[in-house]
Design a protein around this ligand. Structure first.
Ligand code: SDX
Length: 426
């Protein structure tokens, strides 16, 4: 017998079916709520609302579990590559050798960006934030493929174009912003090594690819690849629900990720740690501000809507960070401050009572600094990592029989009916 729940509204009992997921999560199916009762639900930020069913990523916030297509993130970080994990997310299973090779060829074939796009980059003000440039350029990317029907662009070729060209655009934007010669992608380099080479190689100083740094970048992007229905993925799905093409939908996701409460937190963490360093290492002051109800200040890199324990990704990033800093013989004072801040915060009753622990952004900025990524590109790095997740979620929504255009309701709290008053009588 299918499960259901009963709801009593104004003395009348209504019954609604229960939807149960493969991991035992349960939801009340309220698709007929307004039609039967005239009532809607109220859930700002959708903290208690499931917008869809999905088979891509599973998170258990209480246990600190994260799995892509059922595979634990710890195993993917240890054994997989970003390209292989992207295939897993987008296609639903790990590729065999031939399938992986095919994807690598497709990514290489799509790695160049139309030369005209360099003109776009050159005309952004030098002070432009890379996330604003990236969002605009991904939307602009579609203009070079006019043959696509406006409501589509969901072919594998488009997905490979986005996955490959966004990485190239990010490096190109960096070079142009510094007035340096653009370095083109190479067919003989892997996805991550190509990015590092495009970012840091130059005619006067060849860039030595370090295997540990390439591996660290693979792990960084694997950890960022998907995260169920977070803010930016919801933006991609909502924009895509209007049947617009995948480029416009991903551009919306990039804009949503930019915010300091979301993907912009990795840059905000470095700004916070630098502030503490410049303030003589005064951790107590920052902790006090974060706890002060009257102060809107939040500890960047701490807390999460879903995780109520350690974000499993932050533990892995911390290990990778330590390894890269050792290999490159870097001693970063911000790492020492971050570790002290973590030690103090996780023992503080306020953070314990609010289930606030380091999230993926807390240590990621220190790893990116060690690799040489400029701080204002940290969220771009997050965006590149999240591309396969956005693509997979967009593709899943397009194939979902239950999916429809997103159009939430509201509770109106404005003026009741009143008449227009001519300006000479106001
Ligand atoms: C990402 O959703 C995802 O999956 C996102 C992400 C992904 O991979 O896509 O994981 C990536 O965005 C990670 C989060 C990065 N953001 C930050 O590090 C910014 C700092 N964190 C907070 O702003 C906050 O924790 C959020 C935004 C992450 C979550 O906020 P919620 O779930 O809306 O929680 P809330 O704002 O309602 O806070 C609940 C309580 C409040 O106190 P009370 O009013 O209940 O007493 O916890 C407090 C908050 O004041 N609180 C914090 C805090 N985070 C929450 N207090 C101090 N410092 C913090 N960081």
């Amino acid at each position: 017998m299918a499960e259901s729940v009963k709801v009593i509204i104004e003395g009348k009992t209504y019954e609604f079916p229960v939807v149960t997921g493969t991991e035992g999560e349960k939801a009340v199916d309220i698709r007929k709520l307004r039609q039967l009762t005239g009532y809607i639900t109220y859930d700002p930020g959708y903290a208690n609302t499931g917008s869809c069913t999905s088979s891509i990523t599973y998170m258990d916030g209480e246990q600190g579990i994260l799995r892509y297509r059922g595979i634990p993130i710890e195993q993917l970080a240890e054994h997989s590559s970003f390209v292989e994990t992207s295939y897993l997310l987008i296609n639903g299973m790990l590729p065999n050798f031939a399938e992986l090779q095919m994807m690598k060829v497709q990514l290489n074939d799509a790695s160049l960006v139309h030369e005209d796009m360099q003109i776009f980059f050159q005309n952004f003000p030098r002070s432009s934030h890379p996330m604003g440039i990236l969002s605009a350029m991904v939307n602009a990317l579609r203009s070079f493929y006019p043959e696509l029907p406006i409501s589509d662009g969901s072919t594998t070729q488009d997905m490979m174009r986005i996955l490959s060209k966004v990485r190239t655009m990010a490096a190109m934007s960096y070079k142009i912003s510094r007035g340096h010669k653009v370095v083109y992608p190479r067919q003989d380099l892997t996805y991550c090594a190509n990015f590092l080479n495009m970012m840091f190689n130059s005619p006067v100083k060849p860039y030595d690819l370090d295997d540990d740094v390439v591996k660290a970048l693979n792990v960084f992007w694997i950890l960022h690849a998907d995260h169920e229905q977070n803010c930016s993925t919801t933006a991609v799905r909502v924009v895509g629900s209007g049947k617009v093409n995948i480029y416009a939908s991903i551009s919306a996701g990039i804009s949503a990720l930019w915010g300091p409460l979301h993907g912009g937190a990795n840059q905000a963490v470095i700004n916070m740690l630098t502030h503490i360093l410049n303030d003589g290492g005064n951790i107590a002051h920052i902790i006090a501000r974060a706890k002060d109800k009257d102060d809107p200040y939040r500890l960047s890199g701490f807390g999460h809507r879903v995780y109520k324990t350690y974000d499993p990704r932050s533990k892995i990033i911390k290990k990778v960070c330590d390894k890269v800093l050792r290999k490159l013989h870097i001693s970063d004072p911000l790492l020492d401050i971050a570790q002290k801040l973590e030690e103090v915060a996780v023992k503080d009753p306020y953070f314990i009572d609010h289930n606030l622990y380091p999230n993926v952004d807390f240590y990621s900025g220190i790893l990116l600094r060690a690799i040489g990524i400029p701080t204002n590109m940290f969220t771009v790095m997050f965006a590149i990592g999240r591309l396969p997740g956005w693509i997979a979620q967009w593709k899943e929504s397009r194939n979902d029989p239950d999916w429809k255009i997103s159009r939430p309701r509201q509770i109106y709290t404005g003026n009741t009916k009143n008449d227009y008053i001519p300006i000479d009588q106001r």
